[in-house]
Every structure is written in C-alpha cells, then in structure tokens.
Design a protein around this ligand. Structure first.
Ligand code: PMP
Length: 343
C-alpha cells in the first residue's frame, strides 16, 4: 500500500498545502494562552468537551449534541470510516479528490467504487445518485469545494444523493469559507448526512490540529463511540472556542483570499501553455503543456513550492497552487513566467 506522502523541500514561498497565509493574530493567541495558563494541565479535559461543542454548534444554530470535535478533521473522517465501513463494504468516492478517503477505505478493506468528475471537473450527480442507491452501499464521501479541483456540489444535489441511499453521506467542507455554499442546512431533513469542517484552512490554525463534524445527534453518538477519549487537548479546546467566534476576522481573510484567487486565475490565464480551472477554494488547479515535473522543479529552483497533482486520475498535466499573500502570489506568477520562458 502506498501511504499519504508529501515531498517538501524548503522553499521561502510555500504554496503546497492549502494553509492560511496569515497566522492567528498575536492578541488572540495571548488570550488563548492566558486561559491555557489558568487551566490545570494535570487533569484530563472534560469527558465531553461541552463548552467547545456548544460554541461550535452555536455558529451553525445547532446544539452541542450535533457536534464532535476532532484532532484535525482527518481524525473524524477516520472515525467515520471505522464506524461505518467493514471488510467488503461498498464505499463511493469521487475521483480526483482528497487522497485520504481512499487510504481510509483501503485500510477498512472496503469495496471502493469510483465516480469520476465530468470532463469539465464538475460533479457527475446522476452517476453519484446511481452508485449511492445500491442496496449494499455504506458510505459516500463528497468533498466540496473539492480538493484538488476547486469544483463544488450544490446542496440540492447532495440532498438527491442523501435521499437515494441507505448509507452515510459525508460532505467534507474543509474549504467552505472560500466557496460560501454549505450543506449544513440539510441536516434537519437527512439524518444520514455528516458535514466535516476544519480549523486548518480559513481559520488559520493548521498547527493546532482542530476539526469538527456536524450530524444528527443519533449518528454523532455512534461516531463518538469510535473516537478515542480525550482526543483533543485542553489548550486546543480553548483555542477552538476562541477561534470559532471570530466571524469578522475569518470573513475578512477569506475575502482577501477570494480576490487574490481571482487575480492568480487571471494571471495564469495570461501565461502561454497554462490552463487554470475556476476554483471555489483557497487554491487553483492548472494544467500545463510542458511536463509537470519540469515546471515543479523550475519553481522550486526559484524558491516556490506548489503541489504536483499529476498522479491524480484525470490530471496528468495538473498542478495545484495555494493562494498565499499578495506578494507570494506575485512571486509565484513571476517564477512561473520565467520557467515557461526558459525552454
Ligand atoms: N479535508 C480536505 C479536503 C483537505 O484538503 C484537508 C487538508 N489537506 C483536510 C481535510 C485536512 O484537515 P485537517 O487539517 O482538519 O485534518
């Protein structure tokens, strides 16, 4: 089995992991640390992190019984696979999409069914509904906005998938803040739906490892049985409560990323032999006429690290660049221009 790996040479401009280019502001870090200092590190966190679950739920008009907090959203995705999927069970995944789902599926011994995106990289909803309606189906994992394409599925389309299946439907909304379309409102009507979110992207706290899921309380209780006790430490739980309340800060930053994304998209469109795809996330997928490995190395030589996604299905010519600070985006576009000019 090949693992989840990452080539990561040291580069001054790091646009390969879809992180937030802004750190948590100093005054907010200080508030978090003040509360952390006043807490007793000798004690386990609460058996149920109720305060944090309540704070996260409030953001979505949901009670704490709908919410689970994870050590990154990846941990919760793992818990969902462990809770729902056994040897030989049918699981529907998109392709191309975030590679972790297939890894979790293979570990569980699942019968993985692939629904490819359409040629224009939009979701093939008819095929998704068809595959999901199979009587033995246990789990469908959708990622919206999808990594690494940036394309999105609409709530009514997710409702069609959720309504067609007896299995669980996960929508990984890690990049929600950059696209603005969520399926959380569907939870009322679809008790088989799970939404996952992360603090690693728009909330700018990848280093703290925080994520959460929202689901029907009965389903949340089942997934909770799988999750390790005390999976999130006292300091991260404090940070989660403070960060989730920063609506204005999150929106201000997401809006800057969205306008930079448009600028990078247009900059890429102007380059010869480069074809960018429209994105609803904090990254842009583009295809190159020149071999991806040459472009990737040429950018590294100029101090810019992006992601080679050419091994993903359908993306043989694909590269993904995270939207960074305006000056980082300029450096990237300038470096790519140079690499392309350098025959
Ligand atoms: N979901 C998707 C689709 C992602 O691209 C990523 C980041 N690579 C994650 C989840 C990771 O989330 P976390 O840091 O919360 O584990």
């Amino acid at each position: 089995m090949s693992g989840y790996t990452l080539v990561q040479p040291d580069c001054p401009v790091k646009l390969n992991q879809n992180e937030c280019p802004f750190d948590v502001p100093g005054d907010l870090k200080r508030q978090i640390m003040d509360e952390a200092l006043a807490s007793n590190w000798g004690r386990y966190p609460g058996f149920v992190p109720l305060e944090t679950r309540t704070a996260v739920g409030e953001r979505h008009g949901l009670g704490p019984e709908h919410i689970l907090i994870g050590n990154g959203s990846n941990e919760l995705i793992q818990a969902i696979f462990q809770a729902a999927v056994g040897q030989g069970d049918r699981v529907v995944l998109l392709a191309p999409t975030f590679t972790l789902y297939a890894l979790m599926g293979r570990i569980a011994g699942a019968d993985l069914r692939t629904v490819y995106l359409k040629r224009d990289l939009t979701f093939d909803v008819d095929r998704l509904v068809e595959e999901s309606a199979h009587p033995g189906l246990r789990l469908v994992v959708l990622c919206s906005p999808n990594n690494p394409t940036g394309s999105m599925i609409q709530p009514e389309e997710v409702a069609a998938v959720a309504g067609s299946t007896g299995g669980l439907v996960v929508v990984d909304e890690a990049y929600y803040e950059f696209g603005g379309v969520s399926c959380i409102e569907l939870l009322d009507r679809h008790p088989n739906l799970v939404i996952t979110r992360t603090f690693s992207k728009a909330l700018g706290a990848a280093g703290l490892r925080l994520g959460y899921l929202a689901a029907d309380p009965a389903l949340a209780r089942e997934i909770e049985k799988i999750k390790l006790p005390y999976n999130v430490n006292t300091i991260s739980l404090i940070a989660a409560r403070k960060l989730i309340a920063q609506d204005a800060l999150i929106e201000e930053r997401a809006s800057l990323i969205r306008s930079e994304r448009q600028r990078v998209f247009e900059g890429l469109q102007d380059l010869p032999g480069i074809r960018p795809w429209p994105s609803h996330a904090n990254f842009v997928l583009f295809e190159t006429e020149r071999p991806v490995s040459e472009i990737f190395q040429g950018l590294i030589d100029r101090g810019v690290l992006i992601r080679d996604v050419s091994r993903y299905p359908m993306l043989e010519r694909g590269m993904r660049v995270t939207i960074g600070l305006p000056e980082e985006n300029d450096t990237f576009l300038g470096a790519l221009r140079e690499v392309l000019a350098d025959q």
